[in-house]
Ligand binder design. Structure first.
Ligand SMILES: [Zn+2]
Ligand SMILES: [Zn+2]
Length: 427
């Protein structure tokens, strides 16, 4: 068995992993580099972007752009595998992006939507066999829904690829039991290390964050939250926070569509994903979908305005013109609070990922930052290494500081530093 990290040994995002056995190849993730990072030209990767693909497949850990964004750069017939609900959400997101004004970008998203039609889906723990290689997806908690680690098995060797994951989400309770049950006898862990440099910060749990939202919603009547439309557990937490404080929950049709996908596929497993979209049951905490008429911005009028102002609301917003007039109107009131619930790096002029549109949109207002990371802290990384006990080593990826692994985890296993493109013989 041979292992190659084509990209991602010393950067966050854009990781490409290849595992080869007897001519068969499994690739894991093929996404964009994060905005602002130095663009590296990738040379041809046989079995992924060119050459013979008859013995290859690409597995995607989750739908974040840095893991899935380059699927159109694969050879057209290459089989791609993604989690079922993850694919539904990704399709919804990409379909919306085909309508953006930038025509070149819109075209790119159209091609992605076409490619999505050819993608295969899997369920948690469904074993998929690619010739001599077996891949088993393990469901994990991340800021993307329906995200996976993979156990890859061939030549009597077993590798665990962590993808992006964390230990402080609502669904993280399952992490250690899942690893204990299905990640036994592992030789190597290929591990993400996004937060490895944040050794002293205590990371807030999603649960704690939700409690903070609840206390704010009690205090403020008109709550506007700017969060990622695909950070599903955050959005459902906001829905429940609104319901608990008898505030209405308001979002646009695109966001409602995504919430409906998750609700439909998952409410039978947990009430957390059960939204009463028609709100026939309770007079408070009602769900409202804002429907946009053409290019007109959203507005409340008549009975809806009276109702929302009587009960107060939590509204999910996006940095576009449609929401601007509502923000302008309500930001003048003392009863209003605006929250930014995404990574603060997008608003930091000194960070390469700085997003000017987002910054300008929020700039006029007094905004409260309310967020927690989608990635594991070092304590969680240590705990998974101690649980899995990889026999031969840990390979850091998705990190800007791979050397930190040596400092923090040398007692757990030997740390193997690979260079991008280096072929590693798995023995
Ligand atoms: Zn990532
Ligand atoms: Zn991610």
């Amino acid at each position: 068995m041979k292992l190659t990290i084509h990209s991602g040994t010393n950067q966050i995002g854009g990781c490409i992993t290849e595992i080869e056995s007897g001519g068969y190849k499994v690739f894991i993730d093929f996404g964009e580099q994060l905005p602002g990072t130095e663009v590296k030209e990738l040379s041809l990767i046989v079995g992924l972007t060119g050459g013979d693909i008859s013995k290859s497949a690409l597995f995607i850990t989750h739908y974040h752009g840095d893991h899935i964004g380059k699927i159109c750069d694969t050879v057209a017939d290459l089989p791609i595998y993604v989690g079922k609900t993850a694919l539904d959400i990704f399709k919804c997101l990409e379909t919306r992006l085909t309508h953006i004004p930038d025509r070149k970008e819109a075209e790119k998203h159209k091609r992605i939507v076409e490619r999505i039609e050819t993608i295969n889906t899997f369920e948690p723990l469904q074993k998929i066999i690619i010739g001599k290689i077996t891949v088993t997806p393990l469901l994990v908690d991340h800021s993307a829904f329906d995200a996976y680690m993979f156990v890859i098995e061939a030549d009597n060797k077993r590798i665990l690829h962590t993808g992006d994951f964390r230990g402080h989400g609502f669904r993280s309770k399952g992490l250690m039991p899942t690893l204990k049950a299905y990640a036994r006898n592992i030789d190597y862990i290929i591990s993400e290390g996004t937060n490895i440099q944040r050794t002293n910060d205590k990371i807030k749990t999603e649960n704690e964050l939700q409690r903070d939202f609840i206390s704010y919603f009690r205090k403020y009547k008109y709550n506007f939250v700017l969060a990622s439309s695909t950070n599903i557990d955050r959005l459902f937490a906001l829905y429940h926070a609104a319901k608990k404080t008898s505030r209405c929950f308001v979002c646009d049709s695109y966001q409602a569509k995504i919430l409906k996908i998750v609700s439909k596929n998952h409410k039978q497993y947990t009430k957390f994903y059960d939204i009463d979209f028609n709100q026939t049951k309770s007079p408070v905490g009602r769900f409202f979908e804002l429907k946009r008429q053409g290019q007109n911005p959203f507005s409340f009028d008549g009975k809806l305005k009276l109702y929302l102002e009587r009960h107060g609301f939590c509204m999910l917003i996006r940095s576009n013109e449609a929401f601007k007039p509502l923000l302008e109107e309500y930001s003048k009131l003392n009863d209003t609070k605006i929250y930014y619930s995404m990574w603060d790096g997008y608003l930091d002029k000194n960070k390469p990922a700085f997003n000017e549109i987002l910054y300008n949109f929020l700039e006029p207002y007094n905004v409260k930052n309310m967020h927690t990371s989608g990635h594991a802290d070092s304590k969680t990384l240590k705990a998974i290494f101690e649980t899995v006990k990889p026999k031969s080593g840990i390979i850091p990826i998705h990190t800007e500081a791979p050397e930190k692994f040596e400092e923090l985890f040398h007692q757990q296993a030997s740390i193997i530093f690979l260079r991008d493109g280096e072929v590693f013989d798995v023995k």
